[in-house]
Every structure is written in C-alpha cells, then in structure tokens.
Design a protein around this ligand. Structure first.
Ligand code: ADP
Length: 497
C-alpha cells in the first residue's frame, strides 16, 4: 500500500512537540492544567494531548487581544505593513503544504488527495486579504456644503473566531484573513476534534512577524467551555462562527450580553438538480464529489440529488456502480478515495440516519453500514445512496453531515424549484442542464447563497459565501468579509462660523 508510514511523516516534528495554546505571544498550558486528546479517526489512536482552555484562559486571551488592539503595534502599522505580514504568513503556510496535508488527514480523516489543497487554499485566502488591507476605504459624501462629511471604515476590535472540524486549515484563513487585514485582533477557537493545524498556523503567524496578542489561539470545547466563554465574553466585539445551525443559535444567545456583532455560516441541505439534457457523465462525477467529498462533512454538500425521471434509472445504475468501486481506507493511503468520518460520535449519528431512512421507506441503493474488517477500528461509513426518497422525509430535510445521498425524482422545473426550496436551509444549490433558460431560472429561483451551474463545490477567495434562511447570515470571502470585520463611522466637520 502506498501509505505514508508514521516514521516518514513530514509533520512528525510538529506532532512530537508538546501542544500548548497561544496567548499574548506565548505558548501556555490551560490555567486549570486540564487537557484532552485529539484522535486519529482512521484508527482511534491518540495523536496529541491538547490543553483544555476554560474561562480563565479566554479571559487572558481577550485581555491580550484588547491590549494589542488598543495599544499594540498592529493598528499602528501601516496597511502595507499589515499586508506584508499576511503575505509572509501565506508563504510560510504554503511552504509547509505537505505537513499541513498530513496533519489535516491525521486529525480529520480526509484523504491526502483532498488535504493536499488545504495549505495552498489557506495561503490563497491570506494573500487575497493581504491585497485588501491596502484598499479599505471610507468615502467623502457631499451631504451639506457647510460641513465636510466623510466616513471612516474602522476595525471592529477584538474578534472571536469559532471554527469547525471539517476544513480545519482553510477555516482558519477564512476567518483570520479578513479579520487581520482589517486591523482587528483575534481569539481563534479551533474545533476540539481538529486543533492541530490551527496551532501550526499560530507558530507561523509569530514567524511572519504578526505581533504578540494579535492572534491568540485557545483550544478546548464548545458548550460550557472555551467556545461558549468566548461567545459570551463582554469584551469581545464580534464573533464569527461556522458550524451546525443548532450551535449557531447557542452562539447567538451567548452574544446577547454585550450585543456583539455575530456572523453565522451554518448548515445546509443543498439541492443538486440534474435535467435530462445535462452532460450526464459530468453530472455523475459531480453528484459523487458533491456528496462524498470530505466524507460528506461539508455544509454545502449536494445531499439532495433531484433527477429528472427520464434519466433516473440510467443515472442511478452508473452512479451506484461507480460508488461501489470507491476505495475506502485511511486518508494517508494515496489511493484512498473516501476516508473515515471525523469521530465516533459522527459515525454513530450518520448510521442512525441510515436507520431512520429505512424506517421512513427510502430504498438503500448502496452502502448503509460501517465497512468493518481492516477498517474496524476507524470511524468509517460506506458511501451510501438512498433512492425513492420523498423530499419530506427526515433524510431529505435534516443535515446528516456524512456520505449519505438522498435521491429524489422529479418531472417539471416548477415542481423541482418548489421542492428545492421546501427546506429550512439555503446555503447552496446546483443545476445541471444545457438549456440556458432553465439554468438562469433556477439560479434565480433557488433560495440559497451560492448556485453552481454545471459545476459543483467551486470556491474562490473573491466569491462571497454564506446562507439564506437557517443557513446563517453574513457573507464570508470576497469584499463582503471586509464589511463583516469593520465598522463605519460618519464624521461631520462644521465648516461654518
Ligand atoms: P459539531 O457539533 O459537529 O462538533 P459544532 O457546530 O457544534 O459542530 O462545532 C463547531 C465549533 O463550535 C467547534 O469549535 C465547537 O467547539 C464550537 N461550539 C460548540 N458548541 C458551542 C457553544 N455552545 N458555544 C460556543 N462554541 C461552541
């Protein structure tokens, strides 16, 4: 097997260093001395022991970030100097692409085929926002000739960044990139399942010359832990969160004390709609990556596949054949197409949805269980497809966050538009057709923040991303994220006597 052996790992040195949190430029243990283990989902072995940050650590990190914001050198740097630090950080991350790929695979489970893009993607986002740092502008407004009136676009202050475990490296960049470019200081709380790459970025941020206290990283848990203490802290000016919709609601509640700014990028249940006139092979390829990429643990996963009835049977037989050929195994095996899901808890949750689907009358077309055998110890779920699904069933309405596809047949464009929108979520959707009219009608008709036409999972740092409905609010990436991390101030200067 072309599997990378542990002794050959490029990230071995990083892994062997004791793991600490970054507060005020120093690497520290939790005040309580508590720790937790982060596990390799491919075999349930302990990868590293991580400090369990609590209230005292969040207080310390918030104080450090406040001091760095009000009195530290970050805001006093010119925009070009801030940009320079971010470009440097991007270079350092990209130079270590192999280490990042291995760490992301070890911590999250995803195949190297996917994790090798983690560092280049993060570097691209940091570069994009480095470019923005020198282009953040207010306006002069001709409100009244007796006054000079203008706006200032200012950093918000101390920002809390709470990120999930599905894209541990690029999520750091989605949040830290714009936050730092705008001149804020930050406390980053990585997910407890996947803290390693965020800590590695912390090391590189210091090396890139980002001053102490500007980037603080507190590891730990969510409820009644570092996450909740950060979201509820009275001296945090904004919290940006990516994760489950239910957790988003908790974050919002926690934010009420000081009415801090909140942006939420939450769950999804994307409709992926294939018309009979589509390029069927391309649609099959993308239906599969749409649901099996990252083991389906993607907020924009194409988890509801709508197939026009006339192509349903042909499409299904080809897709099932190809799904059954997917190679499942540890992410460190270069040949692996689909790895384990992130945790035992996630594996159980997904398998429970398989039972729910069957009890609701959906027909299992492939997968539907843990593979067992050599993979017994890891948290694997076979790539799973259900057919004869009705859009009202729980597997069509609830976010499973796993490699489970619900296939729903349809007859007309009006029917499919209505069903696509009969859902609490609105993060993304896709349409496959050669008919430009249908494509545009659905691009306008689907209530979601991103629509892909004849493609899937396309991202670029310049394209805004975020949700309609219960998929959250605020747009990340693009220039919209600059708005998310700044305040506007209106200034009136009296020119009269
Ligand atoms: P999952 O339940 O799949 O682990 P979540 O959306 O709950 O995903 O977690 C995403 C991030 O939110 C993680 O960093 C987690 O620790 C954090 N988190 C979870 N619950 C809370 C909470 N109540 N307050 C603040 N952060 C939380």
């Amino acid at each position: 097997m072309a599997i990378v052996q542990e002794q050959e790992l490029s990230c071995k040195q990083f892994l062997s260093r004791p793991k600490k949190m970054l507060i005020d430029g120093k690497w520290v243990e939790a005040e309580s001395g508590k720790t937790f283990d982060t596990l390799n989902p491919a075999n349930a072995e302990v990868l590293a022991t991580i400090p369990e940050g609590g209230k005292a650590d969040i207080d310390k990190a918030v104080n450090a970030a406040r001091k760095a914001f009000e009195h530290g050198p970050w805001r006093k740097k010119t925009a070009a100097e801030r940009a320079h630090c971010l470009y440097k950080l991007a270079d350092l991350i990209e130079e270590r692409s192999i280490e990042f790929a291995q760490l992301e695979t070890l911590d999250n489970g995803k195949p190297l085929k996917e994790s090798r893009f983690a560092a280049p993607t993060a570097a691209g986002i940091f570069r994009y926002y480095a470019g923005w740092a020198t282009k953040i502008e207010g306006e002069t407004i001709n409100a009244n000739n007796s006054f000079f009136t203008y706006t200032l676009r200012e950093p918000i202050g101390v920002v809390g960044l709470i990120i999930p475990w599905n894209f541990p490296t690029s999520m750091v960049a989605w949040k830290l990139g714009p936050a730092l470019a705008c001149g804020n200081t930050a406390i980053l709380k990585p997910a407890e399942q996947t803290p390693l790459t965020a800590l590695y970025v912390g090391e590189l941020a210091l090396e890139a010359g980002i001053p102490e206290g500007v980037v603080n990283i507190v590891t730990g848990f969510g409820p009644n832990g570092a996450g909740e203490f950060l979201a509820s802290h009275m001296d945090v000016d904004k919290v940006a969160f990516t994760g489950e919709t239910a957790t988003g609601r908790e974050i919002l509640k926690s934010s009420l004390g000081n009415l801090k700014r909140v942006s939420l990028e939450l769950g999804g249940k994307a409709p992926n709609i294939v018309f009979a006139d589509a390029d069927i092979n391309a649609a099959i390829n993308n239906a599969m990556t749409g649901i099996f990429y990252n083991q389906g643990q993607v907020c924009c996963a194409g988890s509801r596949l709508f197939l026009e009835k006339s192509i349903h049977d042909e499409f299904m037989s080809k897709m099932i054949e190809r799904t059954n050929k997917m190679r499942q195994g540890p992410g460190l095996d270069e040949k692996t197409d689909i790895g384990p899901v992130v945790s035992k808890e996630q594996q159980e949750r997904i398998l429970n949805y398989v039972n729910i689907a069957q009890s609701e009358g959906a027909k299992l077309a492939c997968g539907g269980s843990a593979p067992g055998g050599d993979l017994e110890k890891g948290y694997y779920v076979k790539p799973t497809i259900f057919e004869s699904v009705n859009n009202n069933m729980r597997i069509a309405q609830e976010e499973i966050f796993g490699p489970v596809l619900a296939v729903i047949p349809f007859s007309t464009i009006d029917e499919v538009t209505e069903q696509a929108n009969q859902i609490a979520y609105g993060l993304s959707g896709a349409v496959w057709t050669q008919d430009v009219k249908k494509a545009h009608k659905l691009a306008a008709g689907i209530k979601a923040g991103t629509i892909w036409v004849n493609c899937y999972n396309k991202f670029d740092p310049s394209m805004p991303f975020g949700g309609y409905k219960m998929s959250g609010y605020g747009r990340e990436l693009g220039k919209q994220a600059i708005e998310l991390y700044t305040n506007i101030k209106s200034v009136w200067v009296n020119l009269g006597d």
